[in-house]
Ligand binder design. Structure first.
Ligand SMILES: [Zn+2]
Length: 139
């Protein structure tokens, strides 16, 4: 993962400055702030880990999760193992999901028929929204 800017002053004039506890340390030449790669990367990573675990519990496959959040299915599979996530036995429905921008989402939800007899979750995904829907009371 490439470091583009200092986390403190956002300047991109940074240089490598030794390794601390197996992590590359950097120095910002502008404000003299020291930081490591993981300090920046961690927040983003946890965001995607959480999203991946949510989607997994919603019944999506590793490959579907890969397509949605752009993290390889192998990584997703490793996260499931790492957090020891066990999915309850799947009922006879499979959730569908749609990606909307804000206006599309509003248009979709305007139609009351979309809401009846179904459960759904809306989750932020970058600058878009993902709507996961499952028809709970389907025969
Ligand atoms: Zn700086």
């Amino acid at each position: 993962m490439e470091i583009l800017a200092c986390p403190k002053c956002q300047d991109n004039h940074i240089v490598k400055s030794g390794i601390i506890k197996d992590r590359q340390r950097y120095l910002c030449k502008k404000c003299n702030y020291f930081f490591t790669v993981n300090k920046i990367g961690k927040k983003i990573d946890n965001y995607y880990v959480t999203k991946a675990l949510q989607l997994y519990l919603e019944g999506l496959s590793f490959r579907e999760i890969e397509r949605i959040i752009g993290v390889s299915h192998v990584t997703v599979s490793n996260w499931i193992k790492e957090f020891n996530i066990k999915k309850p036995a799947q009922a006879d429905y499979h959730p569908t999901y749609k990606i909307f921008n804000h206006l599309e989402l509003i248009e979709y939800l305007k139609n009351k028929d979309q809401l009846s007899g179904a459960g759904m979750i809306i989750t932020e995904l970058g600058d878009k929204f993902m709507l996961i829907k499952w028809e709970r009371f389907k025969d």
